[in-house]
Design a protein around this ligand. Structure first.
Ligand SMILES: Nc1ncnc2c1ncn2[C@@H]1O[C@H](COP(=O)(O)OP(=O)(O)O)[C@@H](O)[C@H]1O
Ligand SMILES: [Mg+2]
Length: 331
């Protein structure tokens, strides 16, 4: 295959998340194809196709029946990088995507503050013991180390409430990598979190997300929230305002620079980074999403839809530049 036939290959396992990207590629006139790693056979003794590979394997792939898609992706990314292909969100990004423990280590190394977290092997007695020892009298958050979409993230008022949950927890809710995280609950003065979007390791925009209805905060339209867990314990009130709103003022420059430096250092090209400001105004970063989805309604309302300042638009422009670079390297 020659460089003229080079394409953007989108590595994924969930076709439902592709249409916004397909539209942006179409608008930019970029050749692309999907590489669905929910399955696949790879001849590792042959070179991969020409082009640029954009990895958007998701930490939540196991929740769609693709238990080993992330493991298959790790093998494919190793093969691609060994052959010198340009990989956007390469092995280092996948490594962070599937482990919050590794995210937190990388964030702290970059001078960012994360909520106090205790990591425990999935064993009910050990989890309860750690909750009593480190988080008494409560509250405490329980979340899987390999997360996604907020699934399995729960707030408990006390260690005893956590114990009662664990005693009856359905097997399918066990963390897929065998690791639970216990975490300080960060009380925000307003019920919102912020998600800052980065493409090519540079800030694109920040979106504020109303958390009144619960913890399942995937911005993709296809992840419309069902019976999400309500942190308040009562029936979730439906917020009158849109759940996702782009902040016209963005985020403060020192925070933006720190987050961009973190991405540079961690080798992550595309990410949505989530944080909460506590009552004292401190920023606590708790989630790095390398397979970020963008909220179309929020982009529309902010006048960004269809432009290079939208998430998919910025991605298409960035990947188009990478494809040009791949062509020059192959020439
Ligand atoms: N330490 C915390 N304090 C307060 N709220 C939290 C905390 N951790 C998570 N949440 C809430 O739960 C949501 C999902 O948690 P997150 O860590 O982002 O998991 P996931 O990787 O599944 O998205 C967050 O967006 C936030 O609303
Ligand atoms: Mg999250």
């Amino acid at each position: 295959m020659t460089a003229q036939h080079a394409k953007i290959h989108v590595i994924h396992e969930n076709p439902a998340w592709l249409p916004p990207l397909a539209e942006a590629f179409g608008r930019a006139g970029l050749p692309w194809q999907e590489l669905d790693l929910s399955r696949g056979t790879f001849d590792l003794s042959s070179p991969p196709p020409e082009g640029v590979f954009y990895n958007r394997m998701s930490a939540s792939s196991h929740t769609r029946g693709h238990r080993y898609a992330a493991e298959l992706t790790a093998g494919v990314l190793a093969w691609l990088t060994r052959h010198g292909r340009i990989v956007v969100n390469g092995p280092a990004a996948l490594d962070l995507e599937i482990s919050k423990a590794r995210q937190y280590a990388a964030l702290e190394a970059g001078g960012l503050v994360v909520p106090r977290t205790v990591m425990v092997r999935d064993e009910a007695e050990a989890v309860l013991d750690a909750a009593r020892r480190h988080f008494a009298p409560g509250p405490v958050i329980l979340k899987p180390n390999r997360g996604g979409k907020g699934l399995g993230v729960r707030l408990f008022p006390s260690a005893d409430a956590l114990g009662a949950y664990l005693a009856d927890a359905p097997v399918e809710e066990a963390p897929v990598d065998g690791i639970w995280l216990l975490q300080d609950y960060v009380r925000a003065p307003r019920p919102v979190i912020t998600r800052a979007e980065f493409v090519g390791r540079r800030f694109v925009y920040a979106v504020e997300v109303d958390t009144t209805a619960g913890f399942e905060l995937c911005p993709a339209d296809v992840c419309a929230v069902g019976d999400a867990f309500c942190p308040a314990g009562d029936a979730p009130a439906v917020p009158a305002a849109p759940r996702f709103a782009i902040l016209p003022e963005g985020i403060e420059a020192p925070l933006r620079q720190k987050l961009e430096a973190f991405l540079d250092r961690a080798g992550v090209d595309v990410a949505g980074i989530e944080f909460i400001r506590d009552a004292a105004g401190q920023v606590l970063v708790y989630d790095v999403n390398t397979n970020t989805n963008y909220n179309a309604a929020a982009e529309e309302a902010a006048g960004l839809a269809g432009t290079e300042r939208s998430g998919p638009g910025a991605l298409a422009a960035f990947l188009g530049r990478q494809l040009g670079e791949a062509g020059r390297l192959a020439a």
